[in-house]
Design a protein around this ligand. Structure first.
Ligand code: SAM
Length: 294
C-alpha cells in the first residue's frame, strides 16, 4: 500500500495483505531508473527477479539490500502460489525483469494473472520499455500500433506472420536479437519489397544508440556497409505504405467511396459496417475524414 507520493505506508488493520509491485528497470541508461522504482525496491520485503544475479548488480549500484528470489519462464506458474502466500502474510513483493518493463516479452504474466484472480493488489511502477522508447522517437505513426513481441526464429514462420500483417492497421513493432536481425529484415524485404518503411532502433538509451530508417533493402545495404550496425539489441518498426499494406483498409475505403456517392455519411457508414464487418463508429469517422480530404 502506498501514499500519494508512491511510498509504502503501513496497512490498516482490515487490510493486512501485501501488494505486488511491477517495477520497470532501465533498458541501458541507469539514470532512467525512477525515484519511485528505487524507493519501492528499497522498501519491499522481497524482490522476485528474472535473474537474481543480474538484478543484484542493479541493486548494488543503488546500494539496495534486498531479499531476492527468482521468477522466470520455467517456474512462474509454481511461484505464483508462493508470492500469494507472501502477500497473504502481509509482505510486499516487487517483480522485476532483467531490463525494462516486466511482462513485456518478459516473465510475469502468469503471476499477475493468478494474483489478480485471487483478488490481490497489483500495482505498476512504470519506467523504461524498449518498444515505447523506440516508437516515440522513430518518426513512424504512433496513433495506432501493434506490438508483436519476438517473431519466429525460422524464416517460414516469420514470413507467414509478416504476411498476416498486411491486414494490420498502424505501425507494427517487434523485438529482434542481434543474431537474427539480418535474416528478419531479409524476410521483410521478401514479403513487402519496397512497400514498407522501416525504422530499426538499436541500443536505445545506450552509448551506441542508433536509429536506422529506410526500406528493407536500404537497411540491408546499411548492414552490408557496416557490420557494427548489426550489434546490440533491436526494436524493429514497420509502417506500410498505402499501396502495400493495409489491404483491408483500402478495401473498406473503396466500399465507402462508392456508398458515399449516393448516401449521407451516417447511412454509408452503417451500410459499409454491414458489408465489411467493421465497427460503424470507425467507418463513420473514416467517412468524415475522406470527405474532408476531398
Ligand atoms: N521487458 C523489456 C522491455 O520493457 O522492453 C523487453 C525484454 S525482451 C527479453 C528484450 C528485447 O527487448 C531485446 O532483444 C530487444 O529486442 C529489446 N530491447 C531491450 N532493450 C533494448 C534497447 N536498449 N535497445 C533496443 N532494443 C532493446
Amino acid at each position: 500500500m502506498t501514499n500519494k507520493r508512491g511510498h509504502m505506508v503501513p496497512h490498516s488493520s482490515d487490510d493486512v495483505r501485501g501488494s505486488l509491485y511491477i517495477v520497470a528497470t532501465p533498458i541501458g541508461n541507469l539514470d532512467d531508473f525512477s525515484r519511485r522504482a528505487e524507493q519501492t525496491l528499497r522498501e519491499v520485503d522481497y524482490i522476485a527477479a528474472e535473474d537474481t544475479r543480474h538484478t543484484r548488480r542493479l541493486l548494488n549500484h543503488f546500494g539496495i539490500d534486498a531479499k531476492l528470489f527468482s521468477i522466470h519462464d520455467h517456474n512462474e506458474k509454481d511461484k505464483a502460489d508462493y508470492v500469494a502466500t507472501l502477500l497473504d502474510e502481509g509482505k510486499n513483493v516487487a517483480l522485476v525483469s532483467d531490463a525494462g518493463t516486466p511482462l513485456i516479452s518478459d516473465p510475469g504474466y502468469h503471476v499477475v494473472h493468478a494474483l489478480r484472480d485471487k483478488g490481490h493488489k497489483v500495482l505498476p511502477i512504470p519506467g523504461a520499455c524498449a518498444l515505447i522508447s523506440a516508437l516515440c522517437a522513430s518518426g513512424l505513426p504512433t496513433d495506432q500500433f501493434f506490438f508483436a513481441g519476438f517473431v519466429p526464429a525460422k524464416s517460414k514462420g516469420r514470413c507467414d506472420l509478416f504476411e498476416s500483417w498486411k491486414k494490420q492497421t498502424g505501425t507494427v513493432v517487434f523485438y529482434e536479437s542481434t543474431h537474427r536481425v539480418y535474416d528478419s529484415i531479409t524476410d521483410v524485404q521478401k514479403v513487402y519489397g519496397d512497400d514498407a518503411q522501416l525504422v530499426l532502433a538499436r541500443e536505445v538509451t545506450k552509448t551506441f544508440e542508433t536509429f536506422l530508417s529506410g526500406t528493407a533493402a536500404e537497411i540491408l545495404a546499411m548492414f552490408d556497409a557496416d557490420a557494427n550496425q548489426l550489434r546490440g539489441e533491436f526494436v524493429v518498426m514497420l509502417s506500410f505504405t498505402q499501396e502495400s499494406g493495409n489491404e483491408v483498409e483500402l478495401e473498406v475505403k473503396r466500399i465507402l467511396t462508392i456508398l458515399l456517392e449516393d448516401l449521407p455519411v451516417k447511412q454509408a457508414a452503417a451500410m459499409a459496417a454491414k458489408l465489411t464487418g467493421e465497427k460503424k463508429n470507425y467507418l463513420y469517422k473514416m467517412a468524415l475524414e475522406m470527405q474532408s480530404e476531398e
